[in-house]
Design a protein around this ligand. Structure first.
Ligand code: C2O
Ligand code: CU
Ligand code: CU
Length: 459
């Protein structure tokens, strides 16, 4: 329920199952009365936004069926493609899967000065996969053990809640495409079918400093990418596909032999957009700006702990993922999770969830090979945008890394990044806005729901 500027709420994606697109400006005050008409607890989190912790949708704020939560915050983020989704503990995966997610698009003056394609040429694309039974009903967690370990994937790809296989007509002109991976666990390796490079202008936290080109981009759950797609030279009647390229995903062999692989496993190839080029558009021939918006980035040397990164080691304990040996506790903040307001820190994420080293995890032979190991994890921090400044990958983990790393968008502000198996990644993060308790977690929603999540507190 919203009041105020009627142009804020756009039902652009109304033909699918997704929530509305909210389009706001930096500085706007947002008031939302959120009513829980589900039969289970829920709460909304504004992914990527910096808001006071009571507005951030922490699971301890979840409201019961029939309950109401009043959101009231000011948008202080720079222009970018943010989103919102439920965050009740243990239920985020199913609630997002069954359709609860929407986009929160912020603009600001710097962005507007660039006069990028707008209106019908500014197109949000939410990518999701789903699985249906023969009655056409959504199915979720059909193999709870394998799905819990690997994350749930569907066999049918949807864009904005519509079948990806359906052709979409786009005019022969320039588009700004705002991609969100809204899937529970699927990773996309996006490329154009005719081999043209992708021109990337934005990432999770808005516009890059300047456009970059990639042969493909990697989009893990919750990550966003903005593309400049120029169809000016394409003629009416031409077709072009945005596809997801194949890659070899390291499913644990033991798991695969016991449970089989999903119908469209991680790393399978599929079409995402089936573009039919239409008539010439008024944006035809629009020129890509050579500079976008300054990032005002951080320098590693300025971090208060530049020489001693704060380490977060991800490992397996039995069937669950741990961070420094811990799993989610609603109110717990460990000493290593307390930071000071105003500090710039370097955080190092270490993925020791490597299949080959699964070793002795107390579950005997079945788990001995590190079942479900060697997983990549999309790591997400609430309340901040950070920079990925360093990635180290040991030789033996290189083969998988090299299949996806060419598509990372570490140039831009990030709130989620894909931490690959065996990788040690450093991020620079400044806790600049609010004191309070926030979350960091894996955005593979089945991992998150299983407790691969922790609090941190800004003091
Ligand atoms: Cu997109 Cu903690 O969430
Ligand atoms: Cu978030
Ligand atoms: Cu994970």
């Amino acid at each position: 329920m919203l009041e105020g500027d009627a142009t804020v709420v756009q039902q652009g994606l109304e033909t699918g199952w997704l929530g509305p697109v909210l389009r706001v400006k930096k500085g706007d005050r947002i008031k939302v009365t959120f009513k829980n008409e589900l039969s289970q607890p829920t709460i909304i989190h504004w992914h990527g936004l910096s808001v006071p912790d009571v507005m951030d949708g922490h699971p301890h704020l979840a409201i019961e069926p029939g309950g109401v939560y009043e959101y009231d915050f000011t948008v202080i983020n720079r222009a970018g493609t943010y989103w919102f989704h439920p965050h009740p503990h243990g239920l985020t995966g199913p609630q997002v899967y069954y359709g609860l997610a929407g986009l929160f698009i912020v603009s600001d003056e710097e962005e507007q000065a660039l006069a990028l394609p707008s209106g019908e040429f500014d197109v949000p694309l939410v990518l999701q996969d789903r699985l249906f039974d023969d009655q056409g009903q959504l199915m979720y967690m059909t193999d709870s053990m394998a799905d819990g370990m690997n994350g749930f994937v569907g066999d049918t790809i949807f864009v904005n809640g519509q079948l990806a296989s359906q052709p979409v007509t786009m005019k022969a002109g320039v588009y700004r495409l705002r991609l969100l991976n809204g899937s529970n666990s699927r990773i996309y390796k996006l490329a154009f079918s005719d081999g043209r490079p992708l021109v990337v202008i934005g990432s999770d936290g808005g516009l890059l400093e300047k456009p970059v080109t990639r042969e493909y981009i990697t989009l893990a759950p919750a990550e966003r990418a903005e593309l400049w797609l120029d169809l000016s030279a394409d003629s009416q009647g031409d077709t072009l596909k945005l596809v997801s390229l194949p890659f070899e995903f390291p499913y644990e062999p033991m798991m695969a032999s016991m449970h089989g692989l999903p119908a469209l496993p991680q790393g399978a190839a599929f079409d995402v957009l089936n573009i039919a080029v239409g008539a010439e558009a008024e944006t035809a021939g629009m020129v890509l700006p050579s500079a976008l918006v300054p990032l005002a980035g951080y320098a590693l040397a300025d971090a208060v702990n530049a020489a001693e990164p704060r380490d977060f080691t991800i490992a397996m304990s039995g069937m669950i993922h741990t961070i420094n040996g811990k799993v989610f506790e609603m109110e717990e903040v460990a000493d290593f999770e307390k930071v000071k307001l105003g500090d710039l820190e370097v955080w190092q994420f270490i993925n020791e969830d490597a299949g080959a080293e699964g070793g002795d995890n107390g579950m005997g032979m079945m788990m001995g090979s590190g079942m479900g190991g060697a997983m990549p994890h999309p790591m997400h921090l609430h309340g901040v945008q950070f920079q990925v400044v360093d990635r180290q990958v040991p030789l033996e983990a290189r083969a998988f890394y090299d299949q996806l790393a060419g598509g990372f968008l570490d140039e831009g502000w990030k709130d989620t990044f894909l931490l690959m198996p065996g990788e040690r990644a450093k991020v620079l993060v400044k806790f600049k806005d609010f004191k309070g308790m926030y979350l960091y977690h894996c955005h593979n929603l089945e991992h998150e729901d299983a407790g691969f999540m922790r609090n941190f507190r800004i003091e």
